[in-house]
Every structure is written in C-alpha cells, then in structure tokens.
Design a protein around this ligand. Structure first.
Ligand code: GCB
Ligand code: CA
Length: 843
C-alpha cells in the first residue's frame, strides 16, 4: 500500500514536471498568517496574502516614527515529497532581515531588504504538511544599508515568494540569489552578434548529460537549437559556451526593444529535461563619452527620464507586478528612454518591463549618505552589490551599476577627514568588485552638488561615470544647473557625467502666478524644470538626466505641503500626472504634442481678470482662441508659449491649435472663472491664506483660498506686518501642522499688521485661523494679543502659547458690519500677533 502511494505521487509529480519542463515554479503568496511583533502560538495572527507590508498606515499618521521591529509570517506547505527532487524557496524581497524556518529548523537567513535570496529547503521538508515560518525584522541595524535615506523602510515580505522544485541536477541557486545562468554579448554590431553563456550546474553524482540552447528571434522564429555534451562531476561546475553567431541581429534599442529568447536546459542522456530556464536577450552595444554623452548601437541618445521609488498609497512597498509595470509605462509614456531605480534594486517586474518597453536603467545598492566603519557593514554591502549584479545581470535594459549616494552630504573636508577617507576607500573596494563582476556595464557614484568636496576627496575619479544630484532652484537659490555643469566639465573634462537627480516639490492643490522656491506650487515646479531642461539640453557633455522623482513617495521625516510625502514627483503618490509631467512630454515625445499648462486648474477665483495661460507643445506655432475670439499667434521658446488672457465671469472656452508638418492638434479647455470684487465678497465666502503667495484649492471642501494681498480700495487686503519666513528659503515653516490636512494654510502666516475688508452692510461670520509656527515660541515666551473688529475688542488676551505648537486652531466670530466695512486689527500684549488664514462669509 505504501509503495503504491509513492508511485502515485511520482506520477503526479512527473506530470507537473513535464508541464513545467523540468522546473516546477509557483508563487507561494497565498494563505499566510501574519503576526506583528514577537510570535506567540496563542495569537491568531491575521490572514494575509503577499506581497505584504506592515507599515501601510503608520508612516503617514501624525505620530513620530513607524514600526521598525520583528514580525512573523506563517504558512503550511504541503508537498508530495520525492527523493529525487530538490526544493527551493525564492524570496524576491523581504525588508530587511529574514530568517526562514521549516518545521522549526532554520533553513536560511538573509540580510538586506532589496535583493532576492534562495533557500534550499530539500532536507527539511517532509512528506505531507510542513510548517513554514519567516521572521522578518526591519529594525535599524548599523551594519545594514540603508542607514539613512529620504524614504520609508517599510517592513514585510513585500515581493513575491516562489516555491521551486528541480531535479537533483540543476542550475545553481546561488547564495547571491541568482539562478546560475549569466548571458553576455561581448560583440554586437549591425552585422553580427556573439552571445556567451556562463552557467553553473549542481549535480548530485558523476554523470553524462547535455545542455541545450534554443534561441528564438524577436519574431519567435527558431534560430538554432544546439546541444553540448557535459561531463558532470558530483558537486558544482561552471561551463562557458559561445553560442552560434547571429548575423544581422535585430538590435535592442529604446525605440525598438527587440528581445531574443534563450531557452536553456539541462538534459539527461535520454534527452529528458532535468532543469530549464527561459531568458530574454537584448543585443545592443553602448558607450559614454565625456564630451558627447551616450551612444547606443552607434547612435547618439540623450538619456532622459526619472528616478523611481517603489511605494504606493495604502500599499507601502508591497505592490503587485501590475502596479510596478504601470509606473514603468508612465516613465515610457513621458517620452523617457531612461530611469534610475532610486536608491535600491527594484522588483523583477520593473526590469522585465524595462527590457520589453525599451528603457535604459541605472541601478544601485541602498548605500545612502552614511557608512558604519565595521567589517560586518563592509561585508554586507559587498554581498549586496554582488547580489544585485548577479540577479539582474541578464537584463539588457541595465547599463549602469551604482553603489553610493551623496556620501559627503553635510561633511567638510578638514573636519571630517577620517570618515571621508573611509568612504573613499570603500568606494574603491566596491568599484573594483563591480568591475570584476561585470565588465560590460558602467559604474557610477551619484553625489550632491558640492563639486570641490567630492573632487578633492577623489570620488569623481573612482567611478566610470559621475552622477550629480542637483537642486538648483530648490535647495539652491540659483535657478538652473547650467553653471554647475560647466564648472564640472571644466574641472573633470575626461569624465562622462549624468544628472542623477533634479527636482522641485509641487502640490496640485497649490497654484501661483508668482511662484517661489518652496511654495510647492505647480507653477514653480514647471519653472524649475523648464530652466533645468534648457540647461541640460544645451550641453552635449551631459549624457543624461533623471528627474527626482517620477512619483511622490512616502518619507516619514519630511513635512512639506503634504507631510510625510516627498512631493517632487511629476505625478502624484496616486499617480495622477502633475502639469510638469506634460512639460516633459512636450520636450521628449517624438509625436506632435500640445497641452495646456495648469490644465487641472479649471475653477478659478481671482482679483485679476487677466490671467497668464501657458501651453506646452513641440509644434511650430500656436493659435489661441478665447471665447471665440482669436488672440495673437504665439511663437514659443523651448516648448512653452504664454498669453495674458482676459477671462470673463463664468465659463470661458479656450481653444488652442498647434500646427505640425502634416497634422494639426487642437485642445479645448473650459475655465470657470469668478472675478473677486466687493460685491462678490459680500455674497460668497472669501478665504484668504495669510503670508502666502499662492492659491490653495482644498479638494475636500471644494474651495479656493486666495493668496494674501496688500489693501486696495473696494477690496480687501493687509496693511503692514510681515510674511512669516523663518529661513532664507521660500516661505512658511517646513513643519507638519497637526489636526489639519490643509498644512499650507497654517505653515504660512503674516506677523503683525492689520486687515481691511470693504464689505457691504450685514452680518458676517469671520473665522480666524492660527497656528504657532515659530519654534522659538513656547508657553512662557508666548504671543498674547487682543483681536479687534473695527476697533472693538472681540477677543481679549488671546494667548497662542496655550495651544500646542504647530497645531491648527480656529476661532469663529460673528459680527455686524456697517457701511464702513470690516477692519481686523491686533493689540499686542506680549510677542507679535500672528494670523495664518481668514475666512469671511455673509450670514
Ligand atoms: C536627494 C536624495 C533623495 C532625496 C532628494 C530630495 O538628493 O538623494 O533621496 O529624496 O534629494 O528630495 O531631497
Ligand atoms: Ca497661511
């Protein structure tokens, strides 16, 4: 009876094997139980599917920090055991330390949250039901990168897990998480391509077997199917084979991402498949030149694109393949040919999509800002570097390996000599290691914009390419990277370079006609990118540039207009394009293009009827028609054209027409406009953001807050006082405001002064919004003032120190206005009065 059962198992399994051609591979994403914190048998846990992260909400709430600690994933695993099989688990990504237990025994451990790993569980599995437990820990660990970073280190088994079974003779499941097959294309030209395959095979005995290579063309035509005899010895062996040369290859290029497909199998003497893999191959050659930039297949190509982080609202970093692919598609649809996987290796789906869609990729390990001077740290980082290179080696999209980011940020050459020397020494170690692992790609170190510091330290010398993260017009006051780029090229003329980051924050709720650094307006982001694009495109020695960032992303330490979010995305955290995304399309896309800038700003209230209207295009000229009246044709510069248009109250129809060689594109936009004057104020709600230059559209209440203005007759405005400006950059505070989502209203304020409103007679409700946003104030050193309406005290001894700092507070006051309008003033008792926003509504 027992024998019979085993036979049945074998036959069932053989059936699977044939279907999967010698390798059984299925995801193990379902049916897990998750335990936050330490494991206890008595707790039920939560039923979940992978991919999964436990930091879905806590990096975004108002409390400091998010859970970084241990958690457990438990699952049962039923196998039809078979003596002649090997069983592996392949984890694509677990952040950041994983211990894998099978039936209570430790089967494997992995360090590092962004690379894959293999666990051989063959010896621990028993027939029937097994218990699989994975302990995952995302605690800070001084020996594991990243030590720092402007992004969230979401914990969890956040990428796919696979169960793989093979024969005892199989391709190596290495300790670097790869699958033992490496493909290189040492010579590629239009006439000929050479393909070399290096494979490592594990065998349990001395035997004769074969390896077969079947190559299909991009059109799925068989090019060859050839076999090599192998003499296997028990243990591990590596084979190098040159495949038949390919004549007139169909080259891989971002515009024509032709992929050949190699099927590689280990066969036994009877030609039965023992193990099997299918690997796409792209045939291309490329180089970087210090003066001319990048060339692929002999053709010049400016590398243009973005960086990309891997998180998404209410998913953390646990994204489906489709979500990853959608991002890659958005990079492509922008007109890009290039991207940088931000600060770490990304999901295999990202690289597969890049190969297929035609995007060139720079990838790096998360060695961001800091090192720990310890052997363990160095070993972990080196291991991670090798993992990255071996796991992604076969992707034709990858052209650059990088390994450090902005290592000298906040450092000074004399003061920090010791640590700088250690960083530079370690850079050399990683550089040598990378070149030894992969001589077919370029190496790179991205630096922040301190040219001399990096140069003198030697960090511009070590890598083959230098990357610069340049925020001219954001962290640096000067708009445009031009002069920095020229300085670099003069200082290091023989080194090819890329801009690895450049970007400006923007919140789609914020629009401005007078955009400023740090106002987070959509318009400043456009202005920032426009100038930087001009500077980049003008310089042929700039091989390429990657915007920081494709999408907004979570960063728990950040308190921009939307706290906990880095808003430098060209698209939102929700992936909705911001207008800058369209600016890029006009610059980068080859097909005819036209789009209204600020096309999301279609309901406007303003004190001025004359509004600047901009269009992005790659056409020759644009004709604009406003409410059926043609306005003058604009020529445009650098893809941008602007008109000053008089809008009428109510619906305005804008029609733009751009002419191209053999086509015309038209775009129609409706702007619903309200001109604010004193009659308007008297019948609507007037909302004013004190201390701010921008319009703030609150999508929840569906209202627009006006930028403040100086008083004019028959209107409203402030008299005297000053904008709250705590630092030498932009406006407002860079702190989160609690108890509100409208941070930009409270982050900005006017200090002192008074306000006047030319209201018609009647009863009004006035809401005054406050927040203490000066960190130097406290309960003792507080602001105390009276608030007066038309010289009558309505609130006496108002003490802002009694309210928590950086917390929204509002006071509603009902008042009767006579024909002299409303004047709001303050009488200071202590400190200076402050007002963050005002709301006035007629009752
Ligand atoms: C950088 C960093 C990146 C940040 C970015 C920023 O230079 O490399 O991780 O997110 O600046 O937005 O400040
Ligand atoms: Ca304000």
């Amino acid at each position: 009876m027992r024998i019979l059962l085993v036979l049945i198992f074998i036959s069932v399994f053989n059936y699977d094997l044939n279907a999967q051609k010698g390798r059984f591979k299925q995801s193990l994403n379902d049916n897990w139980t998750f335990h936050l914190g330490e494991f206890s048998d008595s707790s039920d846990g939560e039923r979940i599917n992978l991919p999964h992260s436990w930091n879905i909400k806590d990096p975004f709430d108002e409390e400091k920090g998010y859970y970084r600690g241990e958690s457990w994933y438990v699952r049962s695993l039923e196998v039809k055991s078979n003596e002649s099989k090997k069983w592996f688990l392949h984890f694509e990504g677990v952040n950041q330390v994983a211990e894998v237990y099978v039936n209570g025994d430790l089967a494997g451990k992995h360090i590092g949250g962004y690379t894959a790993f293999n666990v051989d569980i063959s010896d621990l599995l028993k027939e029937g039901e097994n218990e699989l437990k994975v302990k995952v820990d995302n605690s800070y660990d001084e020996h594991i990168v990243p030590l720092k970073g402007d992004f969230n280190f979401y914990g969890g088994i956040y990428r796919d897990v696979w169960l793989i079974s093979t024969s005892k003779t199989h391709f190596n499941f290495s300790e670097y998480g790869d699958f033992g097959v490496f493909i290189s294309t040492p010579k590629v030209s239009e006439e000929l391509a050479e393909i070399k395959v290096k494979s490592t095979i594990i065998s349990n005995k001395d035997s004769k077997s074969k390896i077969s290579y079947k190559l299909l063309s991009p059109d799925k035509e068989l090019i060859f199917n050839e076999k090599h005899e192998l003499t296997l010895k028990a243990g591990k062996q590596t084979f190098n084979h040159a495949l038949p040369e390919i004549e007139n290859p169909q080259l891989w290029h971002p515009d024509s991402p032709n992929l050949y497909q190699l099927e590689i199998s280990i066969l036994d003497q009877q030609d039965q498949i023992l193990d099997h893999q299918i690997i796409p191959i792209g045939l291309r050659w490329f180089k970087f030149d210090p003066n001319e930039g990048f060339f692929i297949n002999g053709e010049h190509l400016k590398l243009m694109g973005t960086n990309r982080h891997q998180d998404y609202p209410s998913k953390g970093n646990a994204l489906s393949d489709q979500r990853h692919i959608n991002d890659v598609k958005m990079i492509k649809a922008m007109g890009s040919n290039f991207f940088r996987t931000a600060h770490y290796p990304q999901d295999p789906a990202v690289l597969r999509a890049s190969d297929q869609l035609g995007l060139l990729v720079s990838m790096e390990i998360p060695l961001d800002h800091d090192i720990t001077d310890s052997e363990v740290f160095y070993e972990n980082s080196k291991h991670m570097m090798v993992e990255m290179i071996r796991q992604y080696y076969n992707h034709p999209s990858i052209i650059i390996w990088a390994y450090m980011n902005e290592m000298l940020l906040g450092r000074q050459s004399d003061r920090d000599k010791e640590i700088i020397t250690k960083i530079v020494d370690f850079a050399q170690v990683l550089e040598d290691l990378t070149r030894e692992e992969d001589s077919t790609r370029y190496t790179m170190i991205p630096n922040h914009g301190a040219l001399q510091l990096y140069h003198e330290a030697g960090l511009t010398e070590i890598p083959m390419l230098v990357g610069w993260n340049l925020y001219f017009g954001w962290y640096e006051e000067q708009l445009g990277a031009g002069s920095f780029l020229d300085d670099f090229h003069e200082l290091v003329p023989d080194k090819p370079m890329l801009i690895t980051e450049f970007g400006a924050g923007a919140d789609p709720r914020i629009h401005s006609f007078n955009p400023l650094r740090f106002d987070f307006s959509i318009e400043w982001q456009i202005q920032y990118h426009q100038q930087n694009l001009i500077d980049i495109m003008e310089r042929s020695f700039v091989a390429g540039a990657a915007v920081w960032n494709l999408a907004d992303f979570g960063s728990e330490n950040r308190n921009d207009a939307v706290p906990k979010i880095n808003s430098k995305g060209l698209i939102g955290f929700d992936r909705k394009p911001k207008n800058s995304y369209f600016l890029y399309q006009s610059w980068l896309k080859n097909e005819p293009y036209l789009k209204m800038a600020s096309c999301d700003w279609v309901r406007r209230e303003a004190f001025e009827a004359t509004q600047p209207i901009q269009f992005f295009t790659n056409g020759n000229s644009i004709q604009l028609t406003v409410n059926n009246q043609k306005v003058n044709v604009q020529s445009f510069e650098n893809h941008l054209a602007e008109w000053k248009v008089n809008l009428q109250n109510g619906i305005n129809t804008l029609e733009a027409e751009a002419k191209f060689q053999d086509t015309i594109i038209t775009q129609k936009h409706i702007i619903d406009f309200s001109l604010i004057d004193s009659t308007w104020i008297s019948s609507n709600t007037l909302l004013v953001n004190c201390g701010a230059n921008f319009f703030f559209n609150d999508p929840i209440e569906n209202v627009t807050w006006q930028p403040e203005k100086a008083f004019q007759n028959k209107l409203f405005g402030y008299k005297g006082g000053e904008i709250f400006q705590p630092r030498d950059r932009g406006i407002g505070t860079d702190r989160q405001i609690f108890l509100t989502q409208n941070d930009p209203l409270y982050q900005t304020a006017r200090v002192g002064g008074e306000y006047k409103f030319d209201l018609t007679e009647g009863q009004y409700v006035v809401v005054l919004h406050f927040a203490e946003i000066d960190k130097n104030y406290n309960k003792e050193k507080s602001r105390i003032f009276d608030i007066l309406f038309n010289d009558l005290v309505v609130l006496e001894d108002f003490d802002l120190g009694q309210i928590e700092k950086f917390t929204a507070y509002s006071k509603k006051i009902i008042t009767q206005v006579e024909d002299r309008g409303l004047a709001i003033s303050f009488s200071a008792k202590k400190g200076e009065p402050i007002l963050n926003a005002i709301e006035i509504r007629k009752l």
